[in-house]
Design a protein around this ligand. Structure first.
Ligand SMILES: Cc1cc2nc3c(=O)[nH]c(=O)nc-3n(C[C@H](O)[C@H](O)[C@H](O)COP(=O)(O)OP(=O)(O)OC[C@H]3O[C@@H](n4cnc5c(N)ncnc54)[C@H](O)[C@@H]3O)c2cc1C
Length: 246
């Protein structure tokens, strides 16, 4: 008899903002992955990749998802309730993983692009590893979009070799009232961090994840300085414009 295709059941969901949410999924099969990889989930045959936030040791797969208003799958994922099921490809994929050969790791993320960094760092802490330096730059327009801000702050306390730099790009808006931390677009923090902490291409791996414009900027600026850059672009910047049919 043919085996049923793997699924994952929603066991928890959290609204972060009106268009950002976190899903925790219980897979129907043993699901293994390396921190930094993504899984592919779907509904009715429509599948999309999502970077995994959780560490492999956790019992559920945690995802941090942005609902794209005109998107095909993400608005449907946004409507999922606890108990609902999605399809799950059995293998995680991706090479956006920690390269332990490098001593220093500079992670630059926008909004949901923080997912693989959280997975890598949760796993690093759970395994009580040490010996590496981490710089995590976490950017968003609004403070409430930094869903893992509190956790990353705590991680920076637990791991003295981790510097966490959250930054918001619209500091004057009411939604950001009370914000006392970094401001400006996240890539603007890269040069000050490089010079202040003496990051060198020979022993630093750069990870850029999220908004394609930010990833392209990091890739070209740091690539030109000789840094190796791993990149994960969540969508194509110049997506094909569909001509409406009559
Ligand atoms: C390796 C990888 C990992 C990913 N991980 C995550 C993740 O952890 N969390 C997450 O939310 N998304 C992630 N994505 C994006 C995700 O796979 C989907 O593309 C996204 O959810 C939109 O799917 P959709 O079917 O709703 O939209 P689609 O119907 O596929 O796209 C509709 C339009 O929206 C554009 N678009 C897609 N995403 C965005 C966006 N975020 N902002 C603005 N425009 C967009 C597309 O280019 C297209 O023009 C990842 C993508 C890749 C390639």
């Amino acid at each position: 008899m043919k085996e049923a295709p793997p699924t994952a059941t929603v066991v928890a969901r959290k609204e972060v903002t009106h268009d950002l949410f976190i899903l925790k999924l219980a897979p129907s099969i043993p699901f293994t992955f390396t921190p930094g990889q993504y899984c592919t989930i779907g509904l009715d045959g429509i599948e999309r990749p999502y970077s995994i936030v959780s560490a492999p040791k956790e019992s559920t797969i945690e995802l941090f998802i942005e609902m794209v208003p005109d998107g095909t799958l993400s608005p449907r994922l946004h409507r999922l309730c606890v108990g609902d099921q999605v399809s799950l490809r059995p293998k995680a994929k991706g090479v956006f993983t920690l390269d332990e050969h490098f001593h220093t790791h500079l992670m630059v993320a926008t909004v949901t692009g923080i997912a693989p960094s959280v997975s890598i760092l949760r796993s690093y802490l759970l395994k009580s590893l040490h010996g590496h330096r981490f710089f995590v730059l976490d950017g968003a327009s609004y403070q409430d979009e930094l869903a893992y801000n509190a956790e990353l702050r705590q991680m920076a306390k637990d791991l003295p070799s981790l510097l966490y730099v959250p930054s918001i790009s619209r500091p004057t808006e009411a939604r950001n009232r009370g914000w006392v931390h970094g401001t400006g677009r996240v890539h603007q923090w890269v040069e000050p961090i490089l010079s202040r902490h003496g990051l060198k291409p020979e022993d630093t791996m750069v990870y850029a994840c999220g908004h394609p414009g930010m990833v392209a900027t990091i890739k070209s600026d740091l690539g030109a300085q000789g840094f190796k850059v791993k990149e994960e672009r969540f969508w194509r910047e110049h997506a094909e414009v569909k001509t409406p049919t009559a």
